[in-house]
Design a protein around this ligand. Structure first.
Ligand SMILES: Nc1ncnc2c1ncn2[C@@H]1O[C@H](COP(=O)(O)OP(=O)(O)O)[C@@H](O)[C@H]1O
Ligand SMILES: [Mg+2]
Length: 327
């Protein structure tokens, strides 16, 4: 055995030289082992597979040819050998793919169970509220306020369900001409009770034109972003909401969009989160679902607008000003 042959024999992966007519010209030890494992027919099938490729016969080398035989998966690199053959480097990737598939499944299961437990955690509050109100109602059927409590908690559940289903569902806008400040005020109202320690400052530009938007969807966006701000504050603090005409040189150079900026007195988005903000199910909160920003992004985009983080604990929404004929 000469030195080169020794080198080739020492390689663990099968190396086979095959002629264009399918005859084996040379094979290393690992090749023989594979042949005996697969049996003559399957082995022949494997090594002649690359010959079906036109490039190979034209003398080009082709890497990463995938071939499955008898539940085994192989990756073959083929290099031209002299005038009428090819050298095949065969790698058995069966185990590798199995491992990868397992890891993928396990990763998915972890993600799903995290998600479910976050969802159930969020449902517990409203369900507990409804149960409590119903028990009290049993004692005093006249108490109308308890019915309001039940309706309020049911609405919270409904919102939660809407938000979850939105990740998968396409958005169907039902647009109206409306003043954006009314929508913002409404969003603040739904959160104020939950965050009594946070003051909301409004710097509205009263001259803004009405927009042509879906008020319910935009309500969700604003609630998501303002709530994130309130959660980021962790206690006492301020949210500042300002509006105006945007002259952003990229997104609104003609002043044809309005901006809504929501700034909180928290620490801002950590550097390593900035790229991931709008990816679904990414959350740094213990019980967070990480769908607020991703669904908000989808909704704003559907409106022809932009949602982005501009630094300094500030999120900005740009929305197009309707042109004549839009409504
Ligand atoms: N105002 C903010 N200040 C700091 N970080 C924020 C802010 N808003 C969002 N984030 C970050 O973005 C992540 C994703 O937000 P979101 O999609 O609303 O999901 P969730 O609120 O369930 O975590 C949050 O977990 C947080 O890390
Ligand atoms: Mg959120």
């Amino acid at each position: 055995m000469d030195r080169y042959e020794k080198i080739i024999e020492s390689i663990d992966d099968p190396i086979v030289v095959v002629s264009f007519t399918g005859d084996i010209l040379y094979m290393n030890q690992a090749g023989y082992i594979l042949k005996s494992q697969l049996g003559q027919r399957d082995f022949q099938n494997l090594i002649t597979h690359p010959l079906n490729l036109e490039f190979i016969k034209k003398g080009m080398s082709v890497k990463g040819i995938f071939k499955e035989v008898k539940n085994n998966r192989f990756l073959i690199d083929a290099f031209p050998f002299e005038k009428s053959g090819i050298t095949l480097l065969i790698r058995d990737i069966t185990r590798f793919i199995e491992l990868e598939e397992m890891a993928k499944k396990e990763g998915l299961i972890v993600t799903i169970s995290k998600l479910l437990s976050a969802i159930f955690h969020d449902m517990k509050g409203p369900v507990g509220g409804i149960k409590g109100a119903a028990q009290l109602l049993k004692e005093d059927i006249q108490d109308k306020e308890l019915v309001d409590d039940i309706l309020y908690e049911t609405k919270r559940l409904e919102n939660l369900i809407n938000e979850i289903t939105m990740v998968a569902k396409p958005i169907q806008l039902s647009r109206k001409v409306i003043n954006i400040h009314m929508v913002i005020d409404e969003a603040i109202k739904t959160l104020e009770k939950q965050f009594p320690e946070v003051d909301v400052e409004r710097y509205y530009d009263p001259s803004l034109p009405d927009l042509y938007i879906d008020p319910e969807y935009m309500h969700r966006v604003l609630v998501n972003i303002i709530r994130n701000g309130m959660e980021a504050i962790k206690g006492r603090g301020k949210i500042r909401i300002s509006t105006g005409i945007s002259w952003d040189t990229v997104y609104s150079p003609k002043g044809n969009k309005i901006f809504i900026r929501i700034k909180d007195s928290g620490e801002g988005v950590p550097e390593d989160m900035i790229d991931k903000l709008f990816i679904p199910f990414v959350s740094t909160k213990k019980k967070g679902m990480g769908i607020g920003l991703s669904s908000s992004y989808k909704i704003v985009k559907e409106h022809g607008g932009i949602l982005r983080y501009i630094g300094d604990a500030t999120f900005e929404i740009l929305l197009p000003i309707p042109e004549r004929g839009d409504k």
